[in-house]
Structure formats: C-alpha cells, structure tokens
Write a protein that binds this ligand. Structure first.
Ligand code: ADP
Ligand code: MG
Length: 330
C-alpha cells in the first residue's frame, strides 16, 4: 500500500521532530495544525532565510538522501549564521517523485541530525509530488542593532574567512566523478567529499562575531564572488592575498596549489563565513575563534574604490568573477 501523505509526515517528520520542539518550549503548535505558532523572545528581531535545492542543479543526481537532507538545512543555517542570528525553527517544503521509505528515512535522518546539533525544531512544511526539490525556511533571532550585514565594512578593514575554503568544490568534483563510491576513494578524497555532502554551518562563529565583525557573508559561490558581494554592499573594493588562504591538508594532498586556489576562489559550496574586522579589533579575533573552535584566517583587506583584486605575493592574478575563465586557465 502506498504511503499516504499524512502517514509520511507523521512517520518521517512529526514524530522524530517532536521532542526537540517540546524541549525548546517556544513553539506551542508545530506540525499537524494549519500553521505553527511560534514565540520569539521579546525584544528580538526575527531573522528569516529560505533556500531551495533542486536535484541536478544544487546537488548531483543520485546524491545520498542523508546528504540532501543535511545540506538543505545547512545552507539555511549558514545564512542565519552570516547574519549573526541564533537559529530556532525551520519549515520544510518537500517535493518528491515518489514516497520511497529508504529515501525518506535517510533524508529525515540527515536533516534532523543537523537540526538536533543546533537545537532547531522542525515546526511545519508542505509535501507535494513532482521532481525532487527541497526548500527549507529557517527562522532565528537577533537583538536589534546586532545583526551582521554585508554592508558595514570600511576601507582598511581586514578580510577573514573561516575553515579551509576550496574543499567542498573539490569534493563535488569527486562526487560527480564517482558518486557514493567510498570504497575506491582515499581518506583525503572521502573527507573532501564529506565537506561538500555535509557542510557545517558556522552558527557559533556568527554569534561570536556580533558586535565585532563590521560585515559578514557566507561563502556559497566561491570566495572571490562572495568577498566581492560583501565589498560591493560595503561600498568598498577588496584585495585577496592568495598566498594567505589556508588550504586543508586533504586538498593539498590531492591537488596542486593552482587547482586548490581555483576551488577556493571560484568553486563555492564551502558555507564558511567571510567577514571583515576593523584593524582596532583584529587582536580579538584569535581568541574569539578559539572559543568557538573554528579556525579563521586573515586573507586580505577592504580597499578604497570598487575593484576586486586577487594578488599572489603582490602580483595580480587575473580573475573573472562571473566566468572565472582567466583564472581557470592560469
Ligand atoms: P494544509 O493542507 O493545511 O496545508 P498539510 O496537509 O499540507 O496541511 O500539512 C499538514 C501538517 O503537516 C501541517 O502542519 C504542515 O505544516 C505539516 N507538514 C506538511 N509537510 C511537512 C513536511 N515535509 N515537514 C514538516 N511538516 C510538514
Ligand atoms: Mg490547512
């Protein structure tokens, strides 16, 4: 007997999500009514983000169900992190070609594992049939005046990035070449692939950067494009010093530095935070990052003007942020 919509929601989403909603105590009505009832802390602003993942476009055809579930929530938590918001709840709009229990089990497990790690409760959604597509709306809070914005950076502010950019793009390339074949992959390859399949949203870092960072964005389209967006919103230019970007041991074990740089600058999918800090506050950053157990690296600076410049030991590296063509053939 095919699984009805009610049973599907009940089994894979309402039941496993219920304990987290109850534990939070701020969502008196969750899944099951016509809409959820949510109680934000008084005096705080509600922060809302929504991102859709479409099969074949935002994840490869045949990706593991757990990864699809994880990523759909992770990319939205990353947007909240980039605003310095504390995530609280999320809604899920799921479009499925068929109600396959194996897929649904993996998908819900991947999504709800990440939800539990960040104490965000699934409080509602929609389920329809059609080509596989997943939309998540994440909701969180920030005190007035404390949100991190793309605007706010000033010429002279130092540019930082968290983690080791480039891993996810390298991982995606591996996943496209050998989908789900962990048997033949080296440890380094598996780790890179996991950085694409299971990105870790930098929620604690975003919270710690409240009142410290002058501007912030999460890196979804590659460091060059996203640092460029931050700079544009801040009415500045930006310089990235290529030799300062910290690549992971796994990326360097499997690729030369030109390929690593290309993945980091133009690859995307890292979901790291890219942020700016005034020179006067830069001395606070190491301790702040250590506190939230997240590596951050200063990779450049905001400048006067509007240009996006990538330098390698002082020499200009040609980069086309829209096409990346020059850089790709370096
Ligand atoms: P309605 O027709 O009133 O929109 P639905 O039958 O679509 O109601 O949904 C019933 C309940 O299940 C609602 O509370 C809705 O928020 C929730 N829901 C539906 N699909 C999902 C899903 N994929 N994940 C979480 N909650 C869902
Ligand atoms: Mg209704």
């Amino acid at each position: 007997m095919p699984l009805g919509e009610f049973d599907l929601i009940e089994r894979y989403f309402r039941k496993p999500a219920e304990s987290l909603r109850l534990a939070r105590g701020d969502a008196p009505v969750g899944i099951g009514d016509d809409a959820a009832l949510l109680q934000p802390p008084s005096g705080q602003l509600l922060v809302a983000a929504l991102d859709t993942l479409v099969e074949g476009r935002h994840f490869p055809l045949g990706s593991s169900a757990a990864s699809i579930g994880h990523r759909a929530l992770a990319v939205n938590l990353s947007d909240l992190a980039a605003m310095g918001a504390e995530p609280a709840w999320f809604l899920l709009a799921l479009t499925l070609p068929a109600a396959q229990p194996e897929f649904l089990e993996g998908f819900a497990a991947g999504m709800l594992r990440l939800a539990a790690a960040h104490r965000v409760a699934l409080v509602g959604g929609d389920t329809t049939s059609g080509p596989l597509s997943v939309s998540v709306q994440a909701l969180g809070f920030v005190p007035p005046g404390k949100a991190l914005r793309r605007a706010g950076g000033k010429a002279g502010d130092l540019l930082y990035v968290s983690g080791t950019p480039g891993d996810a793009a390298a991982g995606l390339q591996l996943e496209l070449a050998q989908p789900q074949s962990s048997a033949v992959a080296s440890t380094a390859q598996r780790r890179l692939r996991d950085r694409f399949l299971y990105p870790e949203p930098r929620v604690a870092l975003g919270l710690a950067l409240r009142g410290v960072a002058s501007a912030c964005i999460d890196v979804s389209d590659g460091l060059a494009a996203d640092a460029g967006k931050l700079a544009l919103a801040s009415n500045c230019g930006v310089r990235i010093d290529l030799e300062r970007i910290r690549f992971s041991a796994e990326l360097l074990a499997t690729h030369d530095t030109a390929a690593a740089a290309r993945f980091a600058l133009a690859g995307g999918d890292d979901y790291e935070l890219c942020f700016t800090v005034s020179p006067a506050r830069a001395s606070e950053i190491d301790a702040l990052a250590a506190n939230v157990k997240c590596q951050v690296t200063c990779i450049g600076v905001l400048e006067d003007g509007r240009a996006l410049r990538v330098l390698e030991r002082g020499a200009a590296v040609p980069i086309d942020v829209d096409g990346y063509d020059h850089f790709a053939h370096r």
